[in-house]
Design a protein around this ligand. Structure first.
Ligand SMILES: COc1cc(/C=C/C(=O)SCCNC(=O)CCNC(=O)[C@H](O)C(C)(C)COP(=O)(O)OP(=O)(O)OC[C@H]2O[C@@H](n3cnc4c(N)ncnc43)[C@H](O)[C@@H]2OP(=O)(O)O)ccc1O
Ligand SMILES: O=C(O)CCC(=O)C(=O)O
Ligand SMILES: [Fe+2]
Length: 361
């Protein structure tokens, strides 16, 4: 039976049934026209972003990629990855039309009826490579997050044609393939910054042996101050390339000591946001830093974003690169199996940079 507006989700099992089991997601909740946020989404005070923690005058670096081989540009990329862990790129080689197409495809997928989207949920999906879900890790979270997502792990074109939703498949594949060129440019520069000049097959597998693209949908929220779109976390990728729309709402932790200050990632048309993930922090022995970020909920507009997580292969062991250790650096991390690292990340609620402790010596 459909929940009523008067007493929509007094007990949690009704909410779980509607949002998770029936595949309505938070988009379904938003479209019911709820006047108040269900209690399951109310985050503890310390997890909400208050205005006094926002640094209005700061911005993450914006880097023009048209001359990416220029030593000055290369230096800006390496400096940004060391100091901020985040930067935006403009004049890159991913065509604007490819970005527009993937945004439209995201709206098309989330616009499907719940029964259609639910065919890709953890319970119903024909493969672990395709997963429609909501929040981050609902079983592990004390308070849920106001976000639905579709996660697509790339294995091969054949598998994608057979298993990915036709509503977005071709556009995501195109976005992934066009982005690969830019990802390789960035990784080449970042490796050179560590005095690693050759990216052989083993290195390529470590740096970009697997890719996962998520389509994120953050619907209008009845009480955005009480909840989060995505809680504080760092990505477990090598690098993440994120396409966001014009709405805004992504915040990155400032780089001034331990202060709890946050910087808005201002949407710039045609730009892509790049961030260092935990895998690159570990491989670079913390020369490059994965930085905490979070997304706020919005009371008046739907928002989408499309991150491509560029990762090691699940079967790779990751640890500080041998070149760094050979040059005399003391290793900060041990060798861990990358798929164990990712499983550890998915088994806990978002908790800032806690995941990296899994690899700490
Ligand atoms: C969703 O909201 C998010 C997501 C993020 C993501 C940030 C990233 O950096 S994603 C990049 C992660 N790297 C990779 O995917 C590459 C390596 N992949 C692997 O090693 C494997 O594919 C695997 C992810 C470990 C899954 O292996 P598999 O053998 O299929 O294991 P399972 O038993 O199916 O899954 C283990 C555990 O993880 C949960 N899970 C799996 N995939 C996802 C997914 N795409 N999204 C969410 N959760 C996932 C799965 O439910 C299992 O948990 P159980 O409780 O069911 O045991 C950042 C911020 C966000 O808000
Ligand atoms: O939606 C965004 O802007 C960021 C999402 C994010 O951090 C993630 O999916 O890992
Ligand atoms: Fe993230």
């Amino acid at each position: 039976m459909a929940p009523t507006l008067a007493e929509p989700f007094a007990d949690s099992s009704a909410l779980t049934e509607f949002v998770i089991n029936q595949g309505n997601g938070v988009k379904g909740l938003s479209e019911m026209g709820l006047k108040a946020l269900p209690k399951q989404y109310i985050q503890p005070l310390e997890e909400r972003l208050s205005m006094n923690k926002i640094l209005d005058q700061e911005a993450i670096p914006i880097i023009d990629m048209s001359k990416w081989e220029d030593p000055q540009v290369a230096k800006s990329i390496c400096d940004a990855a060391s100091k901020w862990g985040f930067f935006q790129i403009v004049n890159h080689d991913v065509p604007v039309q490819v970005l527009e197409n993937v945004k439209q495809a995201t709206y098309r997928f989330f616009g499907l009826p719940a029964e259609e989207k639910n065919k890709y949920s953890k319970e119903h999906s024909p493969s672990n490579s395709v997963r429609f879900g909501t929040s981050f890790s609902p079983q592990a979270e004390k308070a849920l997050e106001w976000k639905d997502y579709l996660s697509l792990f790339y294995v091969s074109d054949e598998e994608a044609f057979a298993l990915w939703p036709p509503a977005c498949r071709d556009q995501v594949l195109d976005y992934m393939k066009k982005s690969e060129v830019v990802i390789k440019q960035l990784l080449q520069v970042l490796m050179k910054g560590l005095n690693v000049t050759e990216i052989d097959q083993t290195k390529e597998s470590l740096l970009m042996g697997s890719m996962r693209t998520n389509l994120n949908y953050y619907p209008i929220c009845p009480d955005p101050e009480l909840t989060v779109g995505v809680g504080r976390h760092s990505d477990v990728s090598t690098l993440t390339m994120l396409l966001q729309d014009e709405i805004g709402g992504l915040f990155v932790k400032g780089n001034e000591g331990d202060d709890d200050n946050w910087i808005h990632v201002r949407p710039i048309k045609g730009s892509l946001v790049i961030n260092v993930g935990d895998a690159l922090q570990i491989l670079s022995n913390r020369r490059y830093r994965s930085v905490e970020h979070r997304v706020v909920a919005n009371g008046s507009k739907n928002r989408i974003s499309v991150p491509i997580f560029v990762n090691p292969s699940p079967s790779n062991m990751i640890g500080p690169l041998p070149e760094l250790i050979a040059s005399g650096e003391k290793p900060i991390y041990k060798q861990v199996l990358y798929s164990d690292y990712v499983k550890h990340f998915f088994s806990k609620a978002h908790d800032g940079k806690k995941t990296v402790e899994f690899a700490q010596l």
